[in-house]
Design a protein around this ligand. Sequence first.
Ligand code: C2O
Ligand code: CU
Length: 463
Amino acid sequence: MPFLTRRNLLKASAVAGAYGVGMGIAGKFGPAAAAPEPQLLTAVKTEAMLTEKGPTRDVMSWGHDGMPPVLRMTKGQPYAARLNNQLDEPTTIHWHGLRIDNRMDGVPFVTQPYIYTGDSFDYAFTPPDAGTFWYHPHCNTLTQMGHGMTGMLVVEDPADPDFDAEVLLNLRDWRLGGDGQFIAPFRPRDAAKSGTYGTVRTANWHQEPQYDAPAGGLVRLRIAITDVTRIFSLTMGGADATVIAIDGNPVPKRFPLDLLQLGPGQRLDLAVRMPDGEGAVATLEDIRGTTPKTIASLRAVGPSLKRNIGDLGPLAENPVPKADLSAAEQIPLVLSATAENAAVESICGTLGYSFWAINKVPWPGDTPNPTAPLAELKLGKSYVFNLENTTPHAHPIHLHGMSFTVISSSTREVMPLISDTYLVQPDEKVQLALVADNPGDWVLHCHIIEHQKTGMTSYVRVS
Ligand code: C2O
Ligand code: CU
């Protein structure tokens, strides 16, 4: 679907349903089965205990129970959610990493109209892939995500191997002052560099939480980096951890977690073999930066289950089509800094600066008249995105609607990982291959939200 102009948008809302609102059509990624009862997600402003300083005001979530609910769905089974907007600004939900119908993708002006205060919108889709994903608004995101609206989403596969426990970690920071209340979400000079960091780091909205897990057991640790800025270098102390999936997809070959760098938007599934001794603690740490930081820990409880990581069966591969590299067309995608400082009016939250660009074009903001697509892709054809980072900063580049396979990098050995987000390092060139199998306009952007909102966004059109 092409972008809507403001006039078309008004026309579209007048005839209602122009975007296929809540029709439960799952397109080629699933049967057009009747959607189940929608899960109610009410976007609200609330308060939460994030520090010892008492409740933080102006927290945003879905519901008043603190952290957004973990959404669970099953691979190949229809799912439905009704977003009810009780915020005093428009919002939407994007299902990060899910390859679903374009009309359900949640990007204002690109795939759906704003959901205004008091309005609701029915999302309905069938997740084709199992794994660890997440969801967040795609509107005024530095504020809405920065104030709490980042939730985890698990797509289960009934054939998944058996673990003794599962622990989810939603990793994010908060920009709070000494009084525990929100401070300015960003500083322009930092937005023009690696982004503005939060001041309070949390896992599941707690600082350094500890969870119990069976001694000697195998724990599936599902981690999502939902922060708007922070890149993590993850390591585990006190237990053996094996990487079993990255960004929702099983790794081609499992490997022990030594040190893994993951950017905003990325996920990691670990199989942690808990220590045998009751009370022993395994600690997940971030060692990026000067002082290592504990993120969360697992404490062994009960008699040892004496499990062996080798006992763990494989995760089923997700049905992501393989690109035909011999026929693939090459698409250049150059990330750069731009010198302009153009502010553009947008009610969906512009930051008022333009520091970054893709193929020299800075995104003008979420407006009814954005730039032309980066590329027009033919449905069913194979492509290789040649991503080149000419900036001195790392950028987690995320593509909506389709998954790619990492083919090669100019700076390191890569596994053929299937993913939706690639953390491209300074001066790195990387090749990402995909089959353009999902029709629609799909945005592609840096998931450091200040970069996304100051130019590093574009989209591809598949038809
Ligand atoms: Cu996590 Cu454009 O999205
Ligand atoms: Cu970036």
